[in-house]
Ligand binder design. Structure first.
Ligand code: SAH
Length: 233
C-alpha cells in the first residue's frame, strides 16, 4: 500500500499547468522560496551536495537548489507536476536536476543513506501517514547529513490564518488546499524525527504580513514553520 491520498495527488495534478505562474495558485511557494532556500543552504551548504526533494511538485525548490550547485533528485507521486518540473528545467537549462515518480519510502528502500540533504516542504500535511515519510527521509540521508521539513501548525491561530485567511479572505491559496485535521504540531514532527533517529537542529517560523504582502523568517512557529534535522554522524 502506497502512503498517498489519490484525491490530494489529483488536486496537485489538476493545477500543475499553473505551477510556475508567479501570480497563480502557487504564488505563496514562489514567495517563500528564496527564504527557505537561503535557510537550507546556510546550514547544509548545497553546492556539490546530493539532494533529494520529497514531494517536489513542479520543482520550485528543487530547481533553485540545483542552481546553487547541488545535484538534485525531485520525487513526487503526482505525474503532471513532475512533467511540468521537467519541462521547466529544460527551459531554464538546469543541470544536475532529475525527477522521478516514486515514493519516499520506495526510494529509501532503493538507495538508503545516499543523500547529503533531504528536503520535504509543504508535503507532510497532504499524506495519510506523515510519520512514515519522515522515517523514509531519515533513511535516505547519510550520517552527518541534513533533513529539512516544512508544514503548518495545528492550532486555532493556524486555522484562522493558514486556512480561513489564506484560502477564504486573502485568497492566497485555493479553497480546500489544507484540511485542519491533517496539520501537524512542531512537537509531533519533532517526535517523528527523533523516533526515526534524527536530531532536531532548529525551527523557524514563516510569517506572512498581509499589509506588505511579504513573508519573512521568524522565531514564531505558530502557523507556517520549518524544521531542520541532522542525522548523527
Ligand atoms: N515541495 C514543493 C511542492 C509542495 S505542494 C514546494 O514546497 O515547492 C505538495 C506536493 O506534495 C505536491 O506536488 C503533491 O503531489 C505532493 N505529494 C502529496 N502526497 C504525496 C505523496 N504521498 N508522495 C509524494 N508526493 C506527494
Amino acid at each position: 500500500m502506497t502512503n498517498a491520498d489519490p484525491v490530494e495527488l489529483e488536486k496537485f495534478g489538476d493545477l500543475a499547468h499553473r505551477w510556475w505562474d508567479l501570480e497563480g495558485e502557487f504564488k505563496p511557494l514562489h514567495m517563500i522560496n528564496p527564504l527557505r532556500l537561503d535557510w537550507i543552504d546556510g546550514q547544509a551548504g548545497l553546492s556539490g551536495k546530493v539532494v533529494v526533494d520529497v514531494g517536489c511538485g513542479g520543482g520550485i525548490l528543487a530547481e533553485a537548489m540545483a542552481a546553487r550547485g547541488a545535484e538534485v533528485l525531485g520525487i513526487d507521486l503526482s505525474v503532471k507536476p513532475l512533467r511540468v518540473a521537467e519541462l521547466h528545467a529544460l527551459e531554464a537549462g538546469a543541470a544536475r536536476l532529475r525527477y522521478r515518480e516514486i515514493s519516499a519510502e520506495a526510494l529509501a528502500g532503493e538507495t538508503p543513506g545516499a543523500a547529503d540533504v533531504v528536503t520535504c516542504m509543504e508535503m507532510l500535511e497532504h499524506v495519510p501517514d506523515p510519520a512514515s515519510v519522515v522515517a523514509a527521509c531519515a533513511a535516505l540521508v547519510k550520517p552527518g547529513g541534513w533533513v529539512f521539513f516544512s508544514t503548518i501548525h495545528r492550532n486555532a491561530k493556524a486555522f484562522a490564518l493558514a486556512i480561513v485567511a489564506a484560502e477564504h479572505v486573502l485568497k492566497l491559496l485555493p479553497k480546500g488546499t489544507h484540511e485542519y485535521a491533517k496539520l501537524i504540531r512542531p512537537s509531533e514532527l519533532a517526535r517523528w524525527a527523533r523516533d526515526a533517529g534524527l536530531g532536531v537542529a532548529g525551527f523557524r517560523g514563516l510569517e506572512f504580513n498581509p499589509l506588505t504582502q511579504r513573508y519573512a523568517l521568524s522565531t514564531d512557529t505558530s502557523v507556517n514553520y520549518l524544521m531542520a534535522c541532522r542525522c548523527p554522524g
